[in-house]
Design a protein around this ligand. Structure first.
Ligand code: 2NL
Length: 372
């Protein structure tokens, strides 16, 4: 039976003693059952609530009806009771906080498996681009970027592509739809190389300049193991008042040795681009077979047993290109420059021995996590 306060009929000292003892013993025994914060709140309210708490009942049932000559004595007892109740409620609060059941409810189960959050890694193509950019930054080159949707003017005309050049064919270039009503040079397309950014940069910065441009480019190629309608290119451009083909050779030879190791050799073979004259292809001794053409008893596939790999296209900037930016200080009679471009995906394929360019763009974590 829970303790209840009952009216007093006898206000003698002995009767008061007994009533107070009964109350204290109920207080102490109820305090020992408090074992959580919720328990403690209930305990506190039972004893101290203004409305119907035990203290209030003691006041109403013991003190108020007490005869005049007992009032003083009862008043003192009530004060004692109040003090004891308050002390006990306070002490119980501390104990309920350190109680084992509270610790139980707040315990972290460190044996539960955590939420697995794999750490991301640089994509192999981006990693390759960053390595290339880093070599040129160390040579004092700046990095530029530009739009992926371009006009015919920046993508073709200003780069010395004649009006009927086959690169403009829809077989090769991805055009934005419904542009036929515009003059040719204003028609929009997905840039097929990063060269337009070189023109845009020459419009903004006067010579001398040294820039590299990494970025996505687009071609109307059906995807297969070595083609993707979107791929990555890095181009570079150096324009100054006395740039010669030897500067091109020295710079690009240094670049490829910094990227692949100082033991590779380079050679240049004549080529053609509309925007450079003369133009060349830089070959690097095969860094997969070491130039021997063989990997053990197997023929080296990446260099087709030749011992050489075509790594980039380059050349001296065609004076016709400078004509388009002549007003900003690029007088072809005064300035000269070299330019080069390479496919970052192709380089990554060679570096990591990947056999399908599509793997770079499918987002399969099982492929990508091999580079983390
Ligand atoms: C390649 C070849 C090349 C350039 C890009 C260039 C840019 C300007 C003027 C002259 Cl503004 N040239 N860029 C020059 C030679 C080659 O890229 O095979 N790219 C994947």
């Amino acid at each position: 039976m829970p303790y209840t306060v009952t009216k007093l009929t006898d206000y003698s000292e002995a009767a008061l003693d007994s009533a107070v003892r009964g109350l204290f013993s109920a207080l102490d025994s109820e305090a020992t059952t408090v074992s959580s914060d919720t328990d403690w709140k209930a305990f506190r309210d039972r004893w101290m609530a203004r409305k119907n708490g035990v203290l209030t009942q003691v006041n109403d049932l013991w003190l108020k009806p007490a005869p005049k000559d007992a009032k003083r004595e009862v008043g003192q007892r009530v004060n004692e009771i109040k003090k004891r109740v308050e002390e006990t409620v306070d002490q119980t609060a501390e104990r309920s906080k350190s109680d084992s059941s509270v610790l139980d409810s707040e315990r972290l189960d460190i044996s539960l498996p955590g939420i697995h959050r794999p750490i991301g890694a640089e994509h192999p193509v981006i990693k390759t681009m960053n390595e290339i950019v880093s070599v040129f930054r160390n040579l004092g080159y700046s990095v530029s970027e530009g739009p992926e949707i371009e006009t015919d003017y920046y993508n073709f005309e200003s780069l010395n592509f004649p009006p009927n050049h086959p690169a403009r064919d829809t077989q090769d270039t991805l055009f934005i739809a419904n542009q036929e009503s515009k003059p040719l040079r204003e028609r929009l397309l997905l840039r097929t190389h990063t060269s337009p950014v070189q023109i845009r940069t020459m419009e903004k910065l006067k010579p001398p300049i040294r820039i590299v441009i990494p970025g996505k480019v687009y071609r109307n190629d059906p995807p297969d193991a070595s083609h993707s309608p979107m791929f990555h290119q890095i181009e570079g451009l150096a324009v100054d008042y006395n740039i010669k083909f030897g500067d091109l050779k020295g710079t690009l030879d240094h670049f490829i040795k910094a990227l692949l190791g100082s033991s590779v050799k380079t050679r240049f073979k004549p080529s053609f681009f509309p925007f450079t004259e003369p133009s060349a292809e830089m070959m690097v001794s095969c860094f997969i077979c070491g130039g021997s053409g063989w990997r053990g008893n197997d023929p080296c596939r990446p260099c087709k047993q030749s011992g050489w790999i075509e790594i980039l296209g380059c050349g001296m900037v065609d004076p016709n290109v400078f004509e388009f930016v002549k007003d900003n200080g690029y007088d072809p009679k005064k300035v000269s420059g070299f330019a080069f471009g390479m496919g970052a995906d192709r380089l990554a394929i060679l570096k990591y021995g990947v056999d399908d360019i599509q793997l770079f763009f499918q987002g399969d974590v099982r492929f990508l996590e091999q580079f983390s």
